[in-house]
Structures are given as structure tokens and as C-alpha cells.
Design a protein around this ligand. Structure first.
Ligand SMILES: [Zn+2]
Length: 150
């Protein structure tokens, strides 16, 4: 194979993520949700997205795999987004459903506008959490004009 200069866009990466997700959603969900503890130097990188273990335990209380002493964490999308730089932490994001950790409500209008950690509007004891990924999106893509509804 000839070596040649290749230019890759965020949309190229998202297309491959979607292809992989269509082929094996369980594997890709686990891969995207995986976090590895990392040090301060990586956390200080100017474009790579590094999160906190505290946040990850909050967003994914049942799936996190972090040791108790973890402070900073990195995942696959954080690293891929580091290729594209700033602003706002990079263009590539998973699109998640939200789900109540108590009553299991998901994909209902009452959850529109809710965020992970909010109280469930449908039950007394529930907290809204990130549910499964259903797509990948480019946060930097220009918004498509909305179709007129009649
Ligand atoms: Zn609920």
C-alpha cells in the first residue's frame, strides 16, 4: 500500500463509529463506556478530553470499573476528540437515551430536557441516568434547518 497523506474529518470518525455500532451495539457500548484512570499530565493536555472519576461514577453507577483512588479518567471518545481540538471539548459525542434508575422510564416526553442526576418526574425514588447509546453525533455540525410543520 502506498503511504500518502490522509485527512480525516470528525464525520469520517463518526461514520465508522456508527458502522461499528450497527454491527455490534453491545461491544461498542461497552467500549465507549469504558474509562481508564489517568494522571494529571494527561488531564492537562490541551485538547484530549479527560473526565473525573467522580462524574463517571455519578453518570454510570452500575457500569463504572474504576478503582476507588482514581481521580482523572479517559475514554475512547475523549482521545478521539483530542485529534480535533477545541472548542467545547471536541465534536464527537454519543447520543444517549435517558433512563430512570428506579422505575425504568425511558423515551417518554416527561424525560425531555432532563439530565443525568435529575430526579425522575414519574416516580418518587428515581434518578435520571444515562441509558444506552443509540447514535453518534457531530456537535460541531451546523444545525439542519427544521422542516416546517403544517
Ligand atoms: Zn422513575
Amino acid at each position: 500500500m502506498d503511504k500518502k497523506l490522509i485527512s480525516v474529518t470528525a464525520d469520517d470518525v463518526i461514520r465508522v463509529l456508527k458502522e461499528a455500532f450497527d454491527l455490534d451495539p453491545t461491544a461498542i457500548q461497552i467500549l465507549i463506556d469504558h474509562r481508564v484512570p489517568c494522571n494529571e499530565a494527561l488531564a492537562d493536555h490541551p485538547t484530549i478530553q479527560v473526565g473525573t472519576a467522580e462524574n463517571w461514577r455519578k453518570y454510570r453507577p452500575k457500569s463504572h470499573n474504576l478503582p476507588k483512588n482514581a481521580v482523572h479518567t479517559i475514554g475512547l471518545l475523549g482521545l478521539l476528540n483530542g485529534v480535533f481540538g477545541k472548542p467545547d471539548g471536541g465534536p464527537i459525542a454519543g447520543a444517549y437515551d435517558f433512563i430512570c434508575d428506579f422505575c425504568g422510564a425511558t423515551n417518554v416526553p416527561e424525560l425531555d430536557g432532563k439530565r443525568s442526576g435529575d430526579d425522575c418526574p414519574l416516580c418518587v425514588n428515581g434518578t435520571i441516568r444515562l441509558g444506552p447509546i443509540f447514535d453518534f453525533k457531530n456537535l460541531w455540525a451546523p444545525e439542519k434547518p427544521k422542516e416546517d410543520k403544517e
